[in-house]
Write a protein that binds this ligand. Sequence first.
Ligand code: PLP
Length: 371
Amino acid sequence: MSRIYLSPPDLRQSDHAAVGSALASNWVAPVGPELALFESKICQLVNRESALAVNSGTAALHLALEVIGVGEGDIVLCSSFTFAASANPIVYCGATPVFIGSEHRTWNMDAEALKEALETLSAEGTKPKAVIVVQLYGQCAEMNKIEELCAEYGIPLIEDAAEALGASYKGRPAGSFGDFSFFSFNGNKIITTSAGGMLLSNNKISVEFARSLSMQAREPVVHYEHQRIGYNYRMSNVLAALGRNQLGDLKKRIEIRKGHYEAYREALEKLPGVTFMPLADSNAVNYWLTCLTFESEKTNVAAVVDKMENEDIELRPLWKPLHLQPVFKGIRYFGKRVEETLFLNGICLPSGSSLTEAERLRVIQGVRGCF
Ligand SMILES: *Cc1c(COP(=O)(O)O)cnc(C)c1O
């Protein structure tokens, strides 16, 4: 029996062909036609004016912060319940994060806590330079309230939709919110370019600025002229071909992941103390990972993860809140600590679109065996 991974890359024959033809075209470096095609396909999918394909979601976020002008001494508000990549670029810019806790309903940024942070900071005479809201596990936050608050305080909003491609909120696609948004195409995401990301905005000028920064900030002249520090963040044309092809069956990928969620739910929901991640709107999530929580007195998450590891099944605890991370020690936090409990009691189950029914059954039997 082979190891079962949480969310491994799912490559089809057509992906091989797409990469092969990109190679055959000799558009290997530095850019090429696949990039613009991939960018416009994502724009169409999520109703955005402009996109920039880069070599990671982290790079996309870093560029968004740079274009906004986040710098030394600035404050940026960010969801606490997320992967470190949602906040690391704040520090790259010399700014300081302030973390916002989660609400029970979506596990995402609690608008009440955001409001409290904005009021408190404003009373102290501080205006945050940006808000980063994360759409965790493929489900959107209460975007109406968060957008309203950002508009009220005149603060740019960045949507971390890294995990949320294909999800939506009140009919609006994930990746269409805020001044900037971004996706990740890392190997564990719903589609992959092995590594990659996409920055999106309706402001074309901002995206063109980010495009220049992503290619070493070369001025548009034939000799190498630079007026500011740039980065080497552009996606390769070969990987754009892979991404574009993977996008073609996004709907099917979501359906498969939804099937995993439903099978897990049916098989595990009645176990004592087990609660599945609440879905505010089950039509609007992308089912990236099936997540559930245990009642802490009944089940020990670390023991479950260990036991499954012995059976060669990769389970993961939920994200450790960033305000609890040693590297962010002493950073301010606003919230009700909902995510602290989720982290202590929650796990993600193998949910990849290449997971077979037999493998899923092994996971189910493994989890049942922990009770
Ligand atoms: C994966 C992920 C990122 C980072 O994306 P990379 O492409 O790996 O740099 C950022 N935020 C969240 C929530 C993620 O899950």
